[in-house]
Ligand binder design. Structure first.
Ligand code: AMP
Length: 223
């Protein structure tokens, strides 16, 4: 299955994608993760993306479409992926249609995670992850059981995203409203969109998404 997780920054797309990887053995394709890796490695793409990301701006479509095409040519994507953070603009929707058609694949479902936007800045600004295992935490909502120690792997090193500050988050929300939100009606017109309430506790959101996908025929790994 190829599915898109759709919603504003901070809606929980990445967290939910991790659940789906675990539950269904799907592959997560996070364009944000690909770009962050490029920035870290100092590649040409990373040099272009770094400043734009820090400012909360979108990376140009041509570059994103090229990155996506290259990622879709890797064999692990053949049985379907979770698109997390792509498409974000109308030209990216068109590019995705073309990239999938060229590979004889199709989009099965778009899941919109609906959230109360007033909560987003607070949600994003407080979040951080364990540097070693990637477990997610939050200053207010989810502190490690023992202060400064990861619950999962025991590491004492954590990191925050450089674009998770209030100013960049506001810019990311402006980009979302101007360029990303308008693509949802395209998928609604195709009858592909399901909706979940992203303000529910994370586990409940995961259960609802799990149900949507099993209803559409996805097979959980343990089944
Ligand atoms: P994310 O991890 O999905 O929140 O993405 C972090 C940042 O990466 C965004 O704020 C953009 O600057 C950039 N980015 C990720 N995906 C895309 C995309 N599909 N198109 C343009 N920019 C993107």
């Amino acid at each position: 299955m190829n599915i898109i997780l759709f919603g504003p920054p901070g809606a929980g797309k990445g967290t939910q994608a991790h659940h789906l990887v675990h539950d269904f053995g799907m592959v997560q394709l996070s364009t944000g993760d690909i770009l962050r890796q490029a920035v870290q490695e100092g590649t040409e793409v990373g040099k272009i993306a770094g400043e734009l990301m820090k400012a909360g701006k979108l990376i140009p479509d041509d570059l994103m479409n090229k990155i996506l095409g290259e990622r879709l040519d890797k064999p692990d994507t053949q049985n379907g992926v979770i698109f997390d953070g792509f498409p974000r603009t109308k030209p990216q929707v068109e590019a995705l249609d073309k990239l999938l058609a060229e590979r004889h694949r199709k989009l099965d479902c778009v899941i919109e995670i609906k959230v109360d936007e007033d909560a987003l800045v607070q949600r994003i600004v407080g979040r951080y992850i364990c540097t070693k295992c990637g477990a997610g935490y939050h200053d207010e909502f989810k502190r490690p059981k023992k202060e400064g120690v990861c619950d999962v792997c025991g590491s004492t090193e954590f990191k925050r995203r450089p674009d998770d500050n209030a100013e960049a988050v506001r810019a990311r929300l402006v980009e979302y409203h101007e360029k990303t939100a308008p693509i949802l009606p395209i998928y609604e017109a195709r009858g592909l969109v399901s909706y979940v309430d992203g303000m529910l506790p994370m586990k409940e959101v995961a259960t609802k998404i799990h149900q949507i996908l099993t209803d559409k025929g996805a097979k959980p790994v343990s089944a």
